[in-house]
Design a protein. Structure first.
Length: 107
């Protein structure tokens, strides 16, 4: 139901940034990954420094195990906002996984 309402809000006001972000969240919860990415990117097209959309894209790519892309979105989030700890934590997780993967390859 939320997905329908957010889409209606966007149809009524195509520059309603939060509707794009919230629609992305609802789509992610429903398991629609590609569509989720598209709506977060639509949000960023309207406001390139939207911290929630940047961080959410990082989360999507991290969930898909595309760590380099996830890290770039977390870094972008940190560049535009303060006081959000999740991107720091997620970058630490990524760096730890990369270090572990590199160490295993050295064996």
């Amino acid at each position: 139901m939320a997905i329908l309402h957010y889409k209606q809000a966007i149809n009524c006001e195509s520059t309603f940034i939060e509707a794009y972000n919230n629609l992305g969240n609802a789509l992610k919860d429903a398991g629609h990954v590609e569509e989720t990415i598209n709506f977060y990117r639509s949000c960023l097209a309207l406001q390139p420094n939207h911290p929630q959309a940047l961080s959410s894209l990082g989360n999507i790519y991290m969930d898909c195990n595309i760590m380099s892309v996830a890290a770039s979105f977390y870094k972008a989030t940190l560049a535009v906002t303060i006081g959000i700890s999740a991107p720091f934590n997620n970058l630490a997780i990524i760096y730890k996984q990369v270090l572990l993967h590199h160490s295993i390859r050295q064996l």
